[in-house]
Design a protein around this ligand. Structure first.
Ligand SMILES: O=C(O)C(=O)C[C@]1(C(=O)O)C=C[C@@H](O)C=C1
Length: 409
């Protein structure tokens, strides 16, 4: 596994957010229920960094591309090197090459950050877990393709906390080598999502399409191989970095095509009420009529707005009844339900909603919130990751840390 390249870029904003993890267990059915929750601010409101900073230049971008590979085997880095202070930049890991939309999202959130590009989503998480990066920026859904399911699944397998959210309107461009005209293109390379999002435009072009891992990777590939018959769907920044021309911009079918990214960190933030917060939870429910309805009603009855609901099969126990014998037994998938709602866990209505969910919808459940009291060092990361906040809210201490670990595997 290799993390390739580090970049320094600009702009952004960050959100206050914290992260909550809830775990519930239905003792009646001996079925484990897990809730897993987070906070994230629901919109970028203000840059945390000085806006009068030096803007990115081609020289900076090229040097970024030329950064030598980072090997995770040499990690973790000493704390002093990775802890941002007045003199050091926040390091943000993302999937893709410099010039990808994920990097743009990282720069939107943290204008002066140093970006750490990773080949795989797993590496994006690991970069933060191993202290190569301070935070990660991860696409979680987009307005045309919906949820990025694998990243929902990955959230449960890793120890990171959701601490913010960034939304990026992607202006998709058609790029090609200098001197190449649109009529000369026989194929177009890009990330499958970017290709899908510009389907109408590409159909009119009458070209074949090739999937590549990320939009900037496609730009780099065409540029470095001198492919004269190939175009790329990528950002204007990718054109600048890899020396391609922009033949057309705004080629996405939906002009307002938005990708929503999560900001992940090793430490959660403390829930507050002075800014808009979003809380994310994940749980499983017992089978039965109206159970999901009752679970959602705990929010509706408190006028808590839900912004997202997603369900994913529970991998460790995907089926409730397994019967291929045609005897009439139904097969049920066991699902994890992910819900985002607009409220801070510092608000009594959010506490009471989750308390209600815990006490009445999911019987005898346990709940815990992830909370970090102090800066973690690599050595005590595991031990302090799961500080108990539940006792402050619910007057009891969760006892199921072990099970929380197991659902991640
Ligand atoms: O390939 C990139 O540039 C990415 O950042 C990834 C990604 C995605 O994962 O959805 C982000 C936004 C674009 O619309 C297409 C691809």
């Amino acid at each position: 596994m290799a993390l390739k390249g580090i970049a320094v870029l600009s702009w952004g904003d960050s959100y206050p957010s914290g992260f909550v993890s809830i775990r519930v267990k239905n003792l009646n059915t001996a079925r484990n229920f897990l809730c897993f929750a987070g906070f994230s601010g629901n919109r970028v409101t203000k840059s945390v960094e000085d806006e009068n900073q030096e803007k990115p230049t081609i020289e900076n971008d090229v040097s970024r591309v030329l950064y030598k590979d980072l090997s995770l085997t040499s990690l973790p880095k000493p704390l002093s090197e990775v802890t941002p202070n007045n003199d050091t930049k926040v390091r943000i890991s993302f999937k893709g090459l410099p010039g990808s939309y994920s990097e743009e999202a990282a720069l939107k959130a943290y204008p002066k950050c140093e970006t750490v590009h990773c080949d795989e989503f797993e590496d994006v998480f690991k970069a933060v877990e191993l202290w190569v990066a301070d935070k990660a920026v991860l696409p979680i859904e987009n307005s045309s393709g919906g949820s990025v399911h694998r990243n929902y699944d990955s959230l449960l397998r890793h120890r990171l906390h959701i601490t913010g959210e960034v939304q990026l309107v992607s202006d998709l461009c058609l790029l090609a080598l200098p001197g190449i005209r649109t009529e000369q293109l026989k194929r177009v390379l890009s990330h499958p999502q970017a290709l899908a999002s510009s389907d109408v435009f590409l159909s009119k072009l009458g070209v074949s399409v090739d999937n590549v891992d990320d939009t900037a990777g496609a730009a780099q590939y065409v540029a470095s191989n001198g492919l004269r018959d190939a175009g790329v769907i990528a950002s204007a920044r990718a054109a600048e970095i890899y020396g391609l021309n922009i033949l057309a911009n705004g080629v996405q079918d939906d002009p307002g095509h938005i990708t929503r990214y999560l900001v992940l960190a090793r430490d959660p933030i403390i829930p507050r009420t002075d800014k808009p917060f979003k809380t994310s939870i994940v749980f499983t429910l017992d089978e039965g009529p109206g159970v999901l309805f009752k679970a959602l009603a705990v929010f509706a009855s408190r006028e808590i707005n839900l912004t997202k609901i997603e369900s994913r099969p529970q991998r460790k126990k995907p089926l409730r009844v397994v019967d291929d014998s045609n005897t009439g037994n139904a097969k049920y998938f066991d699902y994890l339900f992910y819900i985002d709602f607009e409220a801070s866990m510092a608000e009594p209505r959010a506490q009471s909603a989750l308390g209600h969910l815990q006490q009445e919808i999911v019987i005898q459940c346990k709940m815990q919130l992830r909370y970090e009291h102090h800066l973690m060092k690599p050595s005590d990361r595991c031990g302090t990751q799961w500080q108990i906040w539940t006792s402050m809210i619910h007057g009891r201490i969760p006892r199921l840390l072990r099970n929380v670990e197991s659902i991640r595997k």
